[in-house]
Design a protein around this ligand. Structure first.
Ligand SMILES: C[S@@+](CC[C@H](N)C(=O)[O-])C[C@H]1O[C@@H](n2cnc3c(N)ncnc32)[C@H](O)[C@@H]1O
Length: 410
């Protein structure tokens, strides 16, 4: 059973996703008898939402990346066995026979072999009219097929990504010689790029069908799963709206990832405009200028001096990062109940050759604000594909990550 749950978390790629056992264990420490929700303000692929749901605990998840809405809905649909895979099969078939086309920007076309452009334009036109639509006003996805819309979207995105020029093993869109060669060899095997698309769409569908068969028939615990994408907590004033029982989260690790860039064309096919995607990218932490805030940490000041010696650009990233994370954490911890648990999982990334102890800086700040440290666990990174292929300020990657568990004093 546990293995299948872990597979549900993996149905679509997401950089720096929680290992499910982290939220799973911390959730057990949280007192949720009054049904107050737990919160993840940087929820990514929604690992906390799913683990909380499995334990019958209400949850709230926010992320800047709107794809979270589709990922969590799809995972819940698997757990609830709410979608009949035959309906997805039907969508794949009908999308292939659809006779309308959507416009595709030239910059997007460059990421796909020309011969498959018409097929993608018709497939995603079908999707927009029958499966999923993005509402530009509310900035929310609307599932036209409520039962199978999110799972069908994941399958179509998966196949669309496979036939793009982006490397199969790197999250952000990145062209590689290897991918070109891979596409050529797959074309020889399957006959055409369209057939490669169909092959991968069915491969993903089979994976989901297998999961649906292997899961037990009925779930016994109900929980509210509140998920909101396109949320920029630096500008939102009133979120969360209510008290929360606990916070379990993993914020970005300085410049380790560019989340929106990793989903740029996925979001485009799902209906966002290139301008909306650029706007989201500009809001990402730490790539945005952020006004300063009070940071009670001597370690922060010590490392600031060291980073300053490495140049003004790195200093700017350092300051933007901590000002943004602490502003957001200060705001959400205001809503945490006394004795509530605040747990964060974060790496110590390199900035200009200096390993930045994010966990320690945050801990010093919150201990000064009246939190007690309950536990600090070091988790060495072994197998995770964290920084492969990157050429940025993290050449040595991240040696380890830390789970810090704090309790708000009464
Ligand atoms: C380490 S990931 C979280 C992964 C998540 N724990 C999971 O299991 O999938 C950090 C997240 O922070 C989000 N993020 C970055 N800048 C943000 C901002 N300004 N507001 C809200 N979320 C932001 C990214 O989109 C990313 O999903």
């Amino acid at each position: 059973m546990q293995e299948n749950i872990d597979r549900i978390h993996q149905i679509y790629m997401y950089p720096a996703r929680f290992k499910p056992e982290i939220p799973r264990q911390v959730l057990k420490m949280i007192n949720t008898h009054n049904h107050l929700p737990v919160l993840d303000p940087f929820a990514g692929s929604g690992t906390l939402a799913i683990e909380a749901y499995l334990q019958g605990i209400n949850s709230i998840s926010y992320d800047l990346n709107p794809i979270i809405e589709i990922l969590v809905d799809a995972k819940i649909k698997i757990l609830e066995k709410d979608c009949n895979p035959k309906n997805i099969e039907d969508h794949i078939k009908k999308a292939g026979e659809w006779n309308k086309k959507r416009d595709v920007d030239e910059t997007v076309q460059e990421w796909y072999p020309q011969e498959v452009m018409d097929y993608l334009a018709t497939t995603w036109s079908y999707m927009e009219e029958n499966v999923i639509r993005f509402d530009h006003k509310s900035k929310k996805f609307e599932l036209i097929d409520r039962r199978c819309g999110s799972l069908t979207s994941i399958i179509m995105l998966y196949a669309t990504r496979k036939i793009s020029y982006t490397d199969n093993s790197i999250y952000k869109y990145y062209r590689s010689k290897m991918k070109k060669q891979w596409l050529d060899s797959m074309k020889e095997k399957h006959g055409s790029i369209i057939n490669i698309f169909k092959h991968y769409a069915h491969w993903k569908l089979n994976q989901i069908t297998r999961l649906l068969k292997q899961l037990p028939e009925k779930r016994n615990k109900e929980a509210i799963v509140d998920v909101r994408g396109y949320v920029d907590l630096l500008v939102e004033k009133d979120l969360p709206e209510r008290e929360i029982a606990g916070i379990i989260t993993s914020p970005p690790y300085l410049k380790a990832h560019e989340y929106i860039r990793s989903f740029k064309y996925d979001l485009y096919w799902l209906g966002l405009t290139l301008e909306e995607i650029r706007d989201l990218s500009r809001r990402e932490i730490p790539y945005r200028p952020t006004p300063s805030t009070k940071i009670n940490s001597t370690t922060y000041m010590d490392y600031k001096k060291r980073v300053m010696e490495k140049g003004v650009n790195l200093l700017r990233s350092y300051e933007n990062y901590f000002n943004a994370i602490i502003r957001i954490f200060d705001k959400i911890t205001d809503k945490l109940i006394p004795n509530g648990i605040f747990a964060y999982f974060v790496g110590s990334p390199m900035l200009g050759g200096i390993e930045i102890p994010i966990n320690k800086i945050l801990m010093e700040h919150y201990v000064s604000k009246g939190y007690t440290t309950i536990d600090i666990r070091k988790d060495p990174i072994r197998k995770r594909r964290l920084f492969k292929g990157r050429n940025n300020a993290n050449p040595q990657g991240i040696p380890s990550e830390y789970l810090v568990i704090l309790r708000k004093n009464e």
